[in-house]
Design a protein around this ligand. Structure first.
Ligand SMILES: [Zn+2]
Length: 64
């Protein structure tokens, strides 16, 4: 049986569970490609996706 690898967490290299538009620094990275916006996507395991979200919420709290 062929093994299908979806990808690895971009922080720890473990098998990724989530694909997100958030970078490891909790920013959304977008490129303007002549008329449409292309978002960069990143792979995370569940643990690191939680960390990315926490970082994002902390930053939002600081702004508000
Ligand atoms: Zn990870």
């Amino acid at each position: 049986m062929k093994k299908i690898v979806v990808g690895d967490c971009c922080i720890c290299g473990e098998k990724a569970a989530i694909k997100s538009r958030l970078s490891p620094e909790s920013f959304v990275i977008a490129h303007d490609r002549k008329g449409y916006i292309e978002y960069e996507s990143f792979l995370f395991c569940a643990l690191h996706f939680n960390e990315v979200l926490e970082t994002l919420w902390k930053r939002v709290e600081n702004i508000w």
